[in-house]
Design a protein around this ligand. Sequence first.
Ligand SMILES: Cc1cc2nc3c(=O)[nH]c(=O)nc-3n(C[C@H](O)[C@H](O)[C@H](O)COP(=O)(O)OP(=O)(O)OC[C@H]3O[C@@H](n4cnc5c(N)ncnc54)[C@H](O)[C@@H]3O)c2cc1C
Length: 178
Amino acid sequence: MTNQRNAQNHTHYDVVIIGAGASGLYCALTAGRRGRRVLVLDHANKAGKKILMSGGGRCNFTNYFVEPEHFIGANPHFCKSALSRYPSWEFIGMVESHKIAYHEREHGQLFCDDSAQDILSMLLDECTAVGVQVKLNAQIDHVKTAAHDNGERFYLTTSKKLGKKRHCERHSIFANRL
Ligand SMILES: Cc1cc2nc3c(=O)[nH]c(=O)nc-3n(C[C@H](O)[C@H](O)[C@H](O)COP(=O)(O)OP(=O)(O)OC[C@H]3O[C@@H](n4cnc5c(N)ncnc54)[C@H](O)[C@@H]3O)c2cc1C
């Protein structure tokens, strides 16, 4: 069961994620479940715009057959360890727990019956359940690091709409394609 917490307007976070797409939102809910104070910033006016376009509006959210040999990359071992820790049925389980109807197409591809909006709503609901804050229309002007006590902090200067300097005590993650 997820840990329901009230989102508070912190100015200090453990994790700041830049990009409220599929990667950023999933990363945020995972960190939130581990008890981290998480802020997601996106310069767009809506989270997960690309999710809504995906799969012709029905989001091909995963596949029954996701194996390391289906991926290419400089380090082929990365996929082996990543997929062994997070097989596709984990995501399918989340989809089912939200009672999202889906169907299989050729080669094991899974699509929503109704709309990709179901997947976006699921990710946002899971983020809310663990206190993740998502701020939109948030232009990131600067990210810098500075020594602090026994470690390092990230300092983010964001757009006037946020109007505050945000401090990140542990990690800043770029879940976008800068
Ligand atoms: C038409 C189409 C159909 C697709 N269909 C599928 C599908 O069915 N299944 C599938 O798995 N994949 C599909 N994809 C690919 C899919 O969109 C991506 O796999 C997935 O959405 C990528 O998510 P992401 O979070 O990595 O990136 P994005 O969705 O691109 O998210 C990045 C986010 O970062 C934000 N951002 C960027 N720069 C900054 C900045 N400087 N400051 C603040 N915010 C910033 C952006 O606004 C965006 O919200 C499709 C892609 C397209 C274009």
